[in-house]
Design a protein around this ligand. Structure first.
Ligand code: ZN
Length: 61
């Protein structure tokens, strides 16, 4: 099973399924995340690294 991550806070998304469609929600942002927005594990890692370089290791998101 594959996991996806929130583009804002980089938290793991919860999978919602129903009515033949699948959606993902971030429990931290309380936002539905579209397929275009959500990050794969690899993209999330890259984004973390990018933010750490940009803002420093103590940054919280
Ligand atoms: Zn989020």
């Amino acid at each position: 099973m594959e996991y996806y991550y929130c583009p804002k806070c980089l938290d793991k998304l919860e999978r919602l399924s129903g009515c033949g469609s699948v959606g993902y929600i971030c429990n931290s942002c309380k936002n539905l995340i579209s397929r275009k927005q959500m990050l794969t594990l690899q993209e999330m890692d890259e984004e973390k690294r990018r933010r750490r370089e940009e803002f420093g290791p103590d940054t919280r998101w």
